[in-house]
Design a protein around this ligand. Structure first.
Ligand code: ADP
Ligand code: MG
Length: 695
């Protein structure tokens, strides 16, 4: 692994990328190319056509078919600027070979140069789709090239490149050709690998995509270029894997606090717990403890399904940090969750003589000042809070560990901001939203991942029921029975994304209605507009079973832990996403009682809503749900959580698990046995974008 960290000196990198900057272009063109992400010759070489057009053949105008793109050879009869009602350029043209067929060319935006090219008597080849317009057959914005004698028709299809406003295909193609001529298309994958993986050679693949062989039809080219695209996608994935691995390796070269311990506090905590850690918890705890004792910063993601017991693992990590004389912070996305963590951690830590600072946005200034002072001078070693932890007045004197709970709820910048409270602290992020496999292998390849893959014993699985809105009365009866038996229930109100006000109104109405329907039961209401202190008060009475039915908006989605709650009703469940439904359902089934989640749905369901409900009904494993969710929605949303810092894929598709796996192995091979090829490969695909490698 050591040579993964072997990096080119940055001066050399700059030199290389400068040398490959596109030659002979002015600032205006340079800017346009940059808009397409094209800065180097390699970028141009890797700028592949979206599709191909057939200019090898001239279609007689009389045979033009509406809606089918074709090329015609015409002579201009007249050209004028008309106002219909917008200013536009209109040309009447006729077929060169058969002058009785006429056509209009219409340009809504045009340059004087185009007007000149369309002068009366000019001969042109025009390419485009003929439409039956109000004034006769026309092509809007045809591509036109003057016909000069002696220039034959092209022998092969014409590539059409992705472009940007004001950058014509002709100019773009010329610069791509020039870059191809200047660039040596060496294969950055070792020959043996290319053969073994049954890939096309790089130069052949590139050539095929830019220069389709002659006499191919538009249909045939798709079959022929399939292998070329495969090679391109493979190479792109390999580059991405190399960059992630190098980011990982680079982190391992920077120093971090050594947090090894004698186990004094952690063992005391384990002894005092009312339960023993599951085998899965012990395993991930060992992984984390070992990371903390390393001289470089941990960057670990702790995944575990809802209710799998991640908090205790975080607490152990914080205590080990204390033992080594360093401070730590745990950040959670909502006040409710942060407060609950605080209460739980305080109950665990205080018997051990350890204080915890709780920081939230709603705190009194005096209290906050006292706490921040205590953190600054190391009187207090641990902090828990919301993003209030990120404020400037919060500083630590020896910050060793940053923990982020429900990491997908935070932006990249917030996660970085917590890390910046120290020099190079260890980082632990926790998530109940499992990352599907292909994403873990690509966009998360620079993280170490620990998985708690089993729930603590003694949980009874949650039964999921689907019920149409019309069966509301039955559902209410069930909630009543449950509460009369001494247990508690959540009633989650519909998610109304368009309007927070409407959502609040619905919650208040539901609350009033349930008060009427469930006489004698103690009902509480919690929603996002409550002041944090009010929210906390309602939650606290729910925890003490003073409130039996908690009517809530989605504020309870994450992390809330009340083991006595055994029924969860979700209204208009069809409006929720799968991850959300799974999170919500995970709020019950935390105690020994038989638990149920009732998904009430209203009205006609869309096809995806029906699919989502089916998936949540049939599955209880969060990983499986995430996998099916990815299949349903595509990877965009999952990647959204990470956004910056990750070079995006232009050509490769994450549905192709097998290709991702092969690329990962290839990247490993390159880094291990062919570091100079790995370097060139990365240059080719990410040249000039080294900044993206800093994760
Ligand atoms: P999550 O992984 O969703 O954050 P929590 O850390 O909130 O889950 O744990 C859920 C509940 O399970 C808590 O009440 C916690 O104290 C309890 N718990 C954690 N580990 C165990 C265990 N090994 N045995 C029994 N209960 C446990
Ligand atoms: Mg949690």
């Amino acid at each position: 692994m050591a040579h993964w960290s072997r990096r080119m000196p940055s001066s050399l990198l700059t030199e290389v990328s400068n040398a490959r900057r596109i030659a002979g272009i002015g600032p205006a063109l340079k800017e346009k190319l940059a808009r397409l992400g094209l800065r180097t010759d390699d970028d141009l070489v890797l700028h592949f056509p979206l599709r191909y057009e057939d200019e090898t053949y001239i279609t007689p105008l009389a045979e033009a078919q509406p809606g089918v793109a074709a090329q015609f050879e015409v002579e201009v009869i007249s050209t004028e600027i008309a106002f219909r009602p917008r200013r536009q350029l209109i040309s009447r043209v006729r077929d060169v070979a058969e002058s009785s067929s006429e056509l209009m060319l219409r340009f809504l935006n045009f340059y004087p140069s185009q007007q000149k090219m369309l002068a009366q008597g000019a001969r042109l080849r025009v390419y485009g789709e003929v439409r039956r317009g109000f004034f006769g057959d026309e092509i809007v914005h045809p591509r036109c090239t003057p016909v000069r004698d002696g220039i034959p028709l092209p022998a092969s299809l014409t590539p059409v490149y992705p472009t940007t406003a004001g950058l014509g295909q002709g100019i773009l193609r010329r610069h791509i050709e020039a870059a191809l001529a200047r660039t040596e298309l060496i294969d950055t994958l070792p020959r043996a690998l290319v053969v073994q993986q049954e890939l096309l050679e790089f130069s052949i693949a590139v050539d095929l995509l830019h220069h389709p062989p002659p006499a191919l039809s538009v249909d045939a080219i798709q079959r022929v270029t399939r292998l070329a695209w495969q090679r391109v996608r493979f190479d792109e994935l390999v580059a991405q894997q190399i960059s992630m691995r190098r980011a990982y390796a680079a982190r391992r070269t920077c120093g971090a606090p050594l947090i090894s311990s004698d186990g004094r506090l952690t063992n005391a905590l384990l002894k005092q717990l009312p339960f023993t850690l599951t085998a899965a918890q012990q395993r991930v705890w060992r992984e984390i403890a070992a990371d903390l004792a390393q001289p470089h910063p941990m960057q670990r993601l702790l995944q575990g399904d809802v209710g799998s017991g991640k908090t205790i693992v975080a607490a152990l990590a914080m205590l080990q940090t204390v033992e080594a004389g360093y401070q730590s912070a745990l950040m959670a996305p909502t006040e409710i969750l942060a407060e609950q963590h605080y209460r739980k951690l305080a109950a665990w830590m205080e018997p051990l003589g350890q204080r915890i600072a709780w920081l939230s946005g709603s705190q009194k200034k005096r209290e906050r000042t006292t706490l921040t002072a205590a953190l600054a001078n190391r009187e207090i070693m641990m902090a828990v809070g919301t993003h209030a932890l990120l404020e400037d007045d919060v500083s630590f004197s020896r910050f060793g560990l940053a923990i982020v709970d429900e990491q997908h709820r935070f932006g990249v910048h917030q996660r970085l901001a917590l890390k910046r409270k120290g020099e190079a602290p260890h980082q632990l992020t926790m998530s109940a939203t499992p990352i599907p496999r292909t994403l873990a292998m690509t966009f998360y390849a620079d993280l170490d991942v620990s998985v708690i893959d089993a729930l603590p014993p003694g949980r009874t699985p949650v039964t999921t029921r689907l019920a149409a809105e019309t069966r509301r009365a039955e559902v209410i009866a069930r909630v009543r029975d449950n509460c009369l038996a001494g247990r508690q229930a959540y009633w989650v109100c519909p998610l109304i994304e368009e309007s927070e006000t409407l959502q609040l109104k619905t919650a208040e109405e539901t609350y009033a209605q349930l008060l009427a329907d469930l006489p004698g039961l103690r009902i509480g209401l919690v929603h996002g507009r409550l002041k944090p202190a009010e929210k906390a008060a309602v939650m606290a009475s729910f925890v003490r079973n003073e409130v039996q039915v908690l009517v809530a908006t989605t504020v309870i989605e994450v992390g809330v832990d009340v083991p006595n709650a055994s029924v969860m009703v979700i209204e208009n469940a069809e409006r929720f996403g799968l991850a959300q439904l799974h999170q919500l359902r995970g709020r019950v089934g935390r105690g020994a009682a038989e638990s149920a989640c009732v998904l009430l749905y209203g009205g006609a369901l869309s096809e995806t809503a029906r699919q989502r409900l089916k998936i949540i009904y049939e599955n209880s494993d969060g990983f499986e749900i995430a996998r099916q969710d990815l299949a349903l929605r595509g990877p965009g949303e999952f990647i959204g959580a990470r956004q910056s810092g990750v070079p995006l894929l232009r050509y490769a598709n994450l549905d192709d698990t097998e290709l991702v796996e092969r690329a990962r192995d290839a990247a490993e091979l390159l880094l291990r046995d062919h570091p100079e090829l790995a370097e060139r490969h990365l240059q080719r695909w990410l040249g000039g974008r080294e900044d993206l490698l800093k994760a």
